[in-house]
Design a protein around this ligand. Structure first.
Ligand SMILES: *Cc1c(COP(=O)(O)O)cnc(C)c1O
Length: 686
């Protein structure tokens, strides 16, 4: 595995450039082909002439063009975020990452020199440490040898650890030719002892800067062996343990064991990184949960802060700070009328709670006949038995039919395959009206209708025509039936609004949320209810009308802290405002899929996309399920650096809301190619 390094200082002016120079010479002497990069530098001419980057390029005789070694230079000797703002230059971090990758392809090792220390801002909201993480590099920390360096160095080390950055070693650099006093002699040992990190030695003060004199001066003083050790890949060990001990969800384990599992070790932004350092675009947001990207500084900080205050405390009989604050916040952003928050831990339990509450409400308030729960065909509300009871996907639910309670399934059509002689979208409205009829006749019996507003996700991204949701709401109102909206998938921006209900100004009696609530960090769910529902449970204790339900980890403070930070990011970054443009880009990029013969239907609602593959576009004849076309496309797209997970023959795209426009292009190009590859292979076979 290639090992490249990010060289950061404990402060500015600690001699990083000479350290890079010396390390490059020594690595070269050890037989490595070394490149360098100085992503941003200030205090030099705008073309980079006369700066550290040019010095390194010339002295090391590198052939990479200067603008590749140093993409950004600014004249004023200020922190980059100010120097470049004043120079009218916008730093594009994606360009830096792309540039680094080009250099890394050319060389065995690239030494990337930061500017100043880890917490120096590159732009207003992007620090050197973020850049090191985005480049996926180990750190080499350069420190002064003299008095004060223990504190500076250990602070840098602990910040690196806090951010999950690996430190390969600590190097001292003498920039002034200082006399070797007691601090210079004793500090390195102290730092080694306190940090446990390898010391790479001290670059002496160098008067003569020619390569041969620097090399001979540093040979004895520097020990680069810790940088030469190959990074031992744990992939095969972990794959073996996985096979031996782990049972994966929704997975036929016979298939699983045929191939080596991909083991994810780290993540950054829109990317997952495996145990071999290979990066994959997270095209399904780690199963529909990631919102602002992985490893977000703000959410990390919120969870870490909370961790040092309170890990967990029960909601049974006690309150806790973040759970209280989050409840107020959820009520503030939810559709009007929802006033109380009941926490649980996942989407299934959020729905289960709503179903039990709606049932018990009518028991508690004396209308004991109202016991029937209605749900739609093709619905998915989770995997616990209560939520399986209201599930309408035969493939997942058939085997458990003997275990679940009776419900009324509302006949509701697929948006792609019309019943014979019917036209879209009329037949969808006709189906709603038939339910209206049913509801009128059975209003004394029906307790609640549970549905996924606008998008039936797990059924294959089935999307409704506008106006359907509103009509369901009216039927429920007219007949005093509770409307339970399961926004586990659609909530938190997925459809372009905070909640899907907002698109049609729908006010449910119950709102179930989970997945995106913590930005994708921790398991947490909530069932929001109206005052009326809540009041149906407030009686003297002896009446036995309490809601007897509660999970042990409910309202976990760490998860609630992550959720609060997630909502704060929605505000700060104006995530929903920015999403509109990206949704349009996604839509226009998807148009190019139409010319693939196997693409039967392309469905999009905001950042939820389903691409349905069919054997025959005219007749809409599906591929036989045994061919597992969806799974094969998702396996293929992995070779193009993208992770997807299909639903049968439907390719699902559910990228993080934070993805960039450039990333949309990359994800679509890879997906398109994978569909073409796999469907052409199938065509050849015929
Ligand atoms: C994922 C999902 C659930 C289940 O959530 P879990 O956290 O997996 O239990 C319920 N409803 C909908 C609409 C979902 O997409």
């Amino acid at each position: 595995m290639k090992r490249s390094f990010f060289i950061t200082g404990t402060d500015t002016g600690v001699g990083k450039t000479m350290a890079v120079y010396a390390l490059a010479l020594l690595l070269r002497a050890a037989g490595r082909d070394v490149g360098v990069m100085k992503p941003v530098q200030s205090g030099v001419a705008a073309d980079g002439k006369g700066g550290d980057a040019e010095f390194l390029r010339t002295k090391l005789g590198l052939r990479d063009p200067l603008e590749e070694i140093n993409p950004y230079s600014a004249r004023e000797p200020l922190s980059p975020h100010v120097a470049f703002r004043r120079a009218g230059v916008r730093i594009d971090k994606d360009r830096l990452v792309a540039q680094f990758r080009r250099l890394q392809e050319r060389h065995e090792a690239v030494l990337v020199e930061g500017a100043g220390g880890l917490l120096v801002p590159v732009t207003d909201d992007y620090l050197m440490a973020d850049l090191a993480a985005d480049l996926g590099l180990e750190l080499i920390i350069v420190a002064r040898p003299g008095l004060g360096t223990i504190n500076h160095t250990l602070l840098t080390v602990s910040e690196a650890e806090r951010r999950g950055l690996r430190v390969a070693g600590i190097l001292f650099s003498d920039t002034v030719g200082s006399r070797r006093g007691i601090p210079e002699k004793t500090n390195p040992a102290a730092i080694h002892k306190l940090s446990g990190l390898p010391l790479l030695g001290t670059v002496p003060f160098l008067r003569r800067k020619g390569p041969s004199s620097v090399l001979s001066a540093c040979r004895k003083r520097l020990d680069i062996r810790p940088l030469l050790d190959p990074v031992v890949s744990r992939t095969s060990e972990l794959a073996g343990l996985d096979r031996k001990y782990v049972w994966h969800p929704f997975t036929q384990m016979q298939d699983w064991n045929r191939e080596d599992p991909l083991v994810i070790d780290r993540a950054q932004g829109s990317y997952l990184i495996d145990t071999d350092g290979k990066r994959y675009f997270d095209g399904v947001s780690s199963l529909w949960v990631t919102v602002h990207g992985h490893n977000r500084r703000e959410i990390n900080a919120a969870v870490t802060r909370q961790l040092s205050k309170l890990d967990h405390s029960t909601m049974l009989g006690l309150a806790n700070t973040p759970a209280v604050e989050l409840a107020a916040e959820l009520v503030r952003i939810a559709p009007p009328g929802l006033e109380k928050v009941f926490y649980s831990d996942n989407g299934s339990t959020a729905v289960e709670v709503a179903v039990k509450m709606s049932y018990q409400y009518w028991q508690n308030t004396g209308r004991r006949q109202k016991t029937m729960i209605c749900h739609l065909a093709n619905s998915y509300h989770g995997d616990t038995l209560g939520s399986v009871s209201v599930g309408g996907i035969d493939l997942f639910h058939r085997v458990y039919r003997g275990l679940v309670f009776r419900t009324h399934q509302v006949d509701f059509p697929d948006c792609y395959r019309a019943p014979a002689g019917k036209r879209y979208p009329q037949y969808a409205f006709e189906a709603v009206d038939r339910f209206g009829e049913f509801a009128r006749k059975n209003r004394h019996k029906v307790a609640a209708l549970v549905l996924e507003p606008l998008v039936q996700g797990a059924a294959g991204m089935i999307m409704w025509p506008d106006g359907i949701l509103k009509r369901f709401e009216k039927i429920c109102r007219d007949n005093d039936i509770f409307l339970i909206c399961d926004e586990v998938a659609t909530g938190f921006g997925r459809t372009g609004a905070m909640f899907a209900c907002e698109h049609e100004d729908v006010r449910p009696d119950f709102l179930c949320v989970a997945k995106g609530i913590t930005g994708g960090y921790l398991p947490l769910a909530a069932t929001l209810v109206t005052q009326r529902v809540f009041d149906g449970f407030v009686f003297p204790y002896r009446d036995m009308k309490t809601f007897f339900h509660g999970h042990t980890y409910t309202g976990n403070p760490l998860a609630c802290a992550a959720a609060l930070a997630n909502l704060e990011l929605f505000r700060q970054e104006r995530t929903l405002d920015k999403l509109a443009l990206k949704i349009r880009r996604l839509a226009s990029g998807l148009k190019r899929f139409r010319d693939i013969p196997a693409v039967g239907d392309i469905r999009q609602r905001g950042f939820m996309v389903g691409i349905e593959l069919v054997r025959d576009r005219k007749t809409k004849e599906p591929f036989p399920w045994e061919e597992r076309v969806g799974a094969r496309v998702c396996r293929r797209v992995r070779d193009y650096g993208v992770i997807l997970r299909p639903l049968g023959n439907v390719i699902v795209l559910m990228p993080p809301l934070s993805m960039s426009v450039a990333e949309i292009g990359h994800m679509l190009a890879a997906t398109r190619q994978a569909i073409v590859d796999v469907t052409e292979e199938l065509g050849d076979k015929k």
